[in-house]
Design a protein around this ligand. Structure first.
Ligand code: MN
Length: 277
């Protein structure tokens, strides 16, 4: 059954996540990969902060959880844990998962199209070496995702590495830090939470301790302040509000423009955005 694992993990009466439309999946499965398929990256603050990297293929979204997020630097290989396929409609989802599997906040961090560079996608996936081109707001150019073959122990081959190829879209810019916000709502986690219900986690927080817990605590406070209409500065001295809009990232010289903008930007602490996987 398509999306079996995805459905097993969720109770659709208590999560706002899509349950997966079978007809839509069948329709999308007819799309010719060479014409470009959907891809997205969802920033997900759950028990740990991570970035869910998703490539549409055969009507579903192949998915990997990338703890540190994508890097534009070819030297920085990012661990990507293969997870269950997600429904195609999941690709534009943004919101709060109040409880259960994946409880937390989901932000649509990037979206666009991908085209395979590998001749045969099935063979490439089987081999564990898929080369592709991304055309998103933040991520562009040539990439590869490679299975590591469980080099670090028995992980059932779930460990892959997401790596940027050297091209005009590569650079040393920390894209997750430079462009932290949503490409859908342009907001940050607290905006998404404030649009929903910041009281939702008063008793059941998805992350209690550690960096993710501390980050969530701040986000809840800021969301509550936003909701109450208080000026944000009163809740947190964060200069990063909409530091990078999608318009900036859309520019044809992302890396260069971003570097210049970054120089001009107020330096800020790395805070707790670097939660471990
Ligand atoms: Mn996730």
């Amino acid at each position: 059954m398509v999306l079996e694992k995805y459905k097993q993990k969720r109770n659709f009466t208590s999560t706002p996540e899509p349950s997966g439309d079978v007809k839509l999946a069948a329709e999308r499965a007819k799309h010719e990969p060479r014409k470009g398929l959907f891809f997205c990256v969802q920033k997900h603050l759950a028990s740990h902060l991570h970035y869910d990297f998703r490539l549409e293929y055969k009507g579903v979204l192949l998915s990997w959880a990338v703890p540190k997020g994508p890097s534009l630097d070819p030297k920085t290989k990012r661990l990507a844990m293969h997870v269950e396929d997600h429904p195609i409609e999941y690709g534009t989802f943004e919101g709060v998962i109040p409880s259960g599997y994946g409880a937390g906040i989901v932000m649509l961090w990037d979206q666009g199209t991908w085209t395979p560079e590998s001749e045969d996608v099935d063979a490439a996936l089987k081999k564990g070496d898929l080369k592709f081109t991304l055309d998103g707001y933040k991520l562009k150019g040539s990439w590869v995702i490679v299975r590591t073959g469980g080099r670090w122990g028995s992980d059932d081959g779930r460990s892959w590495l997401l790596i940027k190829h050297r091209d005009n879209w590569a650079g040393e810019l920390d894209i997750t830090e430079f462009a932290p916000n949503s490409v859908k709502s342009e907001g940050d986690f607290e905006d998404i939470l404030a649009a929903d219900n910041p009281d939702v986690w008063e008793s059941h927080r998805p992350a209690e301790g550690g960096e993710a817990g501390a980050m969530l605590k701040k986000i809840i406070e800021r969301a509550a302040a936003l909701k109450a209409g208080k000026p944000l500065a009163a809740a947190a001295p964060a200069p990063k509000k909409r530091a990078a809009t999608t318009k900036t990232a859309k520019s044809t010289k992302t890396a260069k423009a971003a570097k210049a903008a970054k120089k001009a930007a107020t330096p800020r602490k790395k805070a707790s955005t670097k939660a471990k996987s």
